[in-house]
Design a protein. Structure first.
Ligand code: CTP
Length: 416
């Protein structure tokens, strides 16, 4: 495949060297298009030697070959890693002031941008708006990983590992046959973590970022499904990452329950990716609780298990219910043992089990999951960027819907 690897001017440019090697090792023809600033980090000689192709940054070089138009038009895939805040801004603005931005304007193939920058830059409203603009146009923008950045600071902004970027990029072009395989399917996805109030200013919450749920919503929409995303306390940039979906924001487990059940009345598939509190404070103080010197004891009461209720009292009979299980494993059993027990206990059609803790799962850009059926049998496994994991989950859901339709047809009844 003819791939353009764009490299913007950030310290993470060194990781793009590894990405280039990976893509070349897989037999792809890679044309590297760095920005001027990128060459401050990794020189032209490195890119030319490893790609085996000439490297230019300007639209005024190679003018006889009209490179600023030809490179983009001939590309079958464009990957930019790292995509800096400045590159995102120029791409969102439709600039063409160097060879890379000109290439982005002329490319008609899938484009994947892998941002890397300091957390403050990533979270700045200007960058959030630029990312939302690009995603709305169909550009695939990965979420940066969290972790150590240049200097002493840590947070979201790290370039995902080259293997993860390569997998996400190649998934964009490899998935032709599944592109619109959820057309006509109505889907509700819950995402994020609920907050159960103690008083007007405090709540019991959890660490769920909503990224996996947003990725699931986005993947389903990309495959043609009509998607409602019930978002429990999900950051605006993560919600924006879900793309073209209807969003219902909620805060508590009870609000989430009502929003999910209301959406599920018209849904073929409900995916419970949200981390719903199992317990909430028994009473909620009407005004801020004051420090009295006596440490209070909190009394909690159990919340309704929304997933279980979808199984026992489905808003629309016959719909497919998918649950999630974030497990750490403990002395009583490993991640999968707990997942199997939960699959049987919850009775959902599919249960997506993922290992969390120790930097895995919550907040991370990548995930590792095993999909179980209601008997606890493994039907799929996936690891990689959350968007790719999301597609693997939908592959399993699609297979489940097909098997069900076959079963219904085989039993002499028409699938609804
Ligand atoms: N879930 C739900 N309503 C709740 C709690 C959880 O719908 N009140 C859903 C989650 O959205 C997820 C699945 O149930 O899809 C698994 O949640 P989890 O908290 O892991 O399940 P529990 O039954 O609480 O198991 P554990 O004993 O591990 O806490």
């Amino acid at each position: 495949m003819r791939i353009v690897l764009g490299v913007a001017g950030g310290i993470a440019a060194y990781k793009a060297v590894l990405l280039l090697r990976l893509l070349r090792e897989q037999g792809h023809e890679v044309r590297v298009v760095p920005t001027r600033a990128a060459l401050e980090f990794v020189g032209r000689a490195t890119w030319e030697a490893l790609s085996g192709q000439p490297v230019t940054t300007e639209v005024f070089e190679d003018v006889d070959r009209v490179a600023h138009v030809a490179i983009g038009k001939q590309a079958e895939l464009v990957v930019v890693a790292p995509a800096t805040a400045d590159l995102l801004a120029r791409a969102a603005g439709g600039h063409a002031d160097d060879l890379l931005t000109a290439t982005l304007l002329t490319a008609r193939c899938p484009v994947l941008l892998a941002p890397a920058m300091h957390t403050e830059m990533w979270e700045h409203p200007a960058t959030v708006a630029n990312v939302a603009t690009l995603r709305a146009r169909g550009v695939h923008v990965l979420d940066p990983a969290s972790g150590r950045l240049t200097g002493a600071d840590t947070g979201p902004g790290r370039l995902p590992e080259p293997e993860a970027i390569a997998a996400a990029a190649l998934a964009l072009v490899g998935g032709d046959d599944r592109t619109r395989d959820l057309t006509g399917v109505r889907v509700v996805v819950s995402a994020g973590g609920t907050r159960e109030p103690l008083d007007p200013v405090r709540f019991l919450g959890n660490r769920s970022s909503g990224r996996q749920g947003a990725a699931l919503a986005r993947a389903a929409a990309e495959r043609g499904a009509q998607v409602t995303l019930v978002a429990a306390n999900v950051a605006p940039d993560v919600v924006a990452g879900a793309g073209d979906v209807a969003v219902v924001p909620v805060e508590t487990g009870e609000e989430l329950r009502h929003a999910v059940r209301s959406g599920a009345k018209d849904a073929d598939v409900v995916v419970m990716a949200a981390a719903v509190a199992d317990y909430r404070p028994e009473t909620v103080a009407g005004s801020k609780l004051k420090k009295t010197g006596d440490a209070p004891v909190l009394r909690l009461v159990e919340t309704v298990d929304v997933l279980r209720e979808l199984v026992t009292d489905p808003p629309r009979p016959g719909q497919t219910v998918v649950g999630f299980a974030a497990e750490t494993g403990d002395a009583a059993g490993g991640v999968l043992d707990h997942g199997r027990a939960k699959a049987r206990r919850k009775g959902a059609d599919l249960l997506v089990v993922n290992a969390v803790g120790g930097g895995r799962g919550f907040g991370a850009a990548t995930n590792e999951v095993t999909v179980l059926d209601r008997d606890g049998e493994v039907v799929a496994t996936a690891a990689g960027p959350k968007q790719e994991v999301a597609h693997a989950v939908w592959d399993a859901v699609r297979a489940h819907l097909d098997a069900r339709a076959d079963g219904a047809a085989g039993a002499g009844t028409l699938p609804s």
